[in-house]
Design a protein around this ligand. Structure first.
Ligand code: GLV
Ligand code: MN
Ligand code: MN
Length: 412
């Protein structure tokens, strides 16, 4: 089989999708169910239909574009990723997996390959947690990690429920119908930019992921006492932001305390109320994101942060309440998929690095119901979640080539 990836087409499609943004391009902001997200979905769906894929969407907007295999009863082989983007993001995160997957299917079609198993390209809804606070919303629901009942309760910052928002975006049907049966997929492979610097540093074109780190995330609400910045003297103040500042440093300390490279802990949001220069902060909301490849170690860090919260609350006479949003278990990629990816690399004489994924991905959840693997390509300086995120055309094309080869193997 002579697989040829149309690199120029793939890159120009990535550029074109990058133009569909709530922010001024090259900045990409595409929050789930906004006009930009819906336009981007429609754009990709039209491309899928051009090559004869049959498109279906579920009640939460997960999109399945199926290239029918000759054996209609055989479990499908899935690939894909997400096209939503956090505020002030770049063009490649998720998109390389979706448009690279589409290009892989085109290359297989042009090479005359006929799959036995159907090959399904997925666009997962809301991999990013921006709107509803949990990442991988669509894949969590597909795999039953998030129940329909709990999903329906999710609200965005404007207080609108997922239920209202998704129906307004045109996604009907019952959320409980989103869950897929174990066995729906024979295998799943996600192509993604690395979002870290290792491949570039090692000058290795591809990474085969062996383990995916998992996040625990929470909102931390701190309540103290406000008042006049001049009138209230320092003794006896209960400044919520000062308590938050101590806690942020404790989060950093807890993240470092394990000594393991895979342990990371981040506070990415600090909202201060009332937010006036001459008013003592009475309330603060912090976000917490703690990740590791080892579940017990990750939960140990969460435990340390909880203990630090209690101590700070007592010392500063404030209340600190933690609302856990998710605490997921890390996943191993399936040995047979890792092997299939490695064989494909070898066949095309491409070197690869066995890797850990430190970002989470929809694959983390798909791995609960199907043998799953991930293929990484380098990105410039490891930058991601910023507008200057960049992956070189040759690297993207190599990723799509190895993906195509692997899909062919898995779908035969
Ligand atoms: C996914 O975008 C992550 O935060 O790892
Ligand atoms: Mn991302
Ligand atoms: Mn991503």
């Amino acid at each position: 089989m002579n697989l040829v990836i149309d690199r120029e087409r793939l890159v120009s499609e990535i550029e074109a999708l990058g133009q569909i943004s709530e922010a001024e391009p090259p900045v990409v902001t595409r929050i789930v169910f906004t006009a930009a997200d819906l336009r981007a979905r429609a754009w990709v769906i039209a491309k899928c239909k051009e090559v004869g894929l049959e498109v279906q969407q579920d009640a939460v907007g997960n999109t399945f574009a199926r290239w029918k295999g000759s054996d209609a009863t055989a479990a499908a082989v899935g690939t894909g990723s997400h096209i939503d983007a956090i505020p002030n993001a770049g063009k490649y995160d998720g998109v390389v997996g979706v448009l690279g997957g589409l290009q892989a299917i085109r290359a297989l079609q042009q090479a005359g390959f006929r799959p036995k198993r159907s090959v399904e390209l997925l666009i997962f809804t809301s991999e990013e947690p921006t709107r509803f606070g949990v990442g991988c919303l669509g894949s969590r629901m597909l795999c039953g990690t998030l129940s329909a009942g709990d999903a329906a309760k999710l609200r965005d910052a404007n207080g609108e429920s997922l239920e209202e928002v998704r129906r307004r975006a045109g996604f009907e049907g019952e959320l409980r119908g989103v869950r897929l049966a174990t066995g729906h997929y024979h295998a799943f492979v996600e192509l993604h930019i690395e979002q870290g610097p290792l491949l570039e540093r090692e000058k290795i074109p591809l990474g085969i992921v062996e383990r995916i780190a998992a996040p625990a995330s929470a909102n931390i609400m701190i309540e103290g006492a406000g008042g006049h910045a001049g009138g209230v003297l320092m003794p006896g103040r209960r400044d919520a932001l000062c308590a938050a500042a101590e806690l942020v440093l404790e989060v950093e300390r807890a993240g470092r305390s394990t000594g393991a490279v895979d342990s990371v802990a981040t506070v990415g949001i600090c909202e201060v109320f009332p937010g006036a220069v001459n008013s003592i902060p009475s309330r603060v909301r912090l976000s917490l994101d703690v990740r590791d490849t080892d579940l017990a170690r990750r939960d140990g860090v969460m435990g340390e942060i909880a203990r630090a919260s209690e101590a700070i609350a007592q010392k500063r006479a404030v209340s600190i309440r933690t609302e856990l949003l998710n605490a997921d278990a890390p996943a191993d990629c399936a040995r047979e998929i890792v092997q299939a990816l490695a064989d494909s690399c070898r066949k095309h004489k491409l070197s690869y690095l066995p890797m850990v994924s430190r970002a989470y991905h929809d694959s983390l959840f798909v791995s609960r119901i199907a043998p799953t693997g991930m293929l990484f390509i380098p990105c410039l300086h490891g930058y991601s979640h910023r507008p200057d995120e960049y992956a070189a055309p040759d690297d993207i094309a190599r990723g799509a080539l190895v993906l195509a080869e692997t899909l062919a193997k898995l779908a035969s």
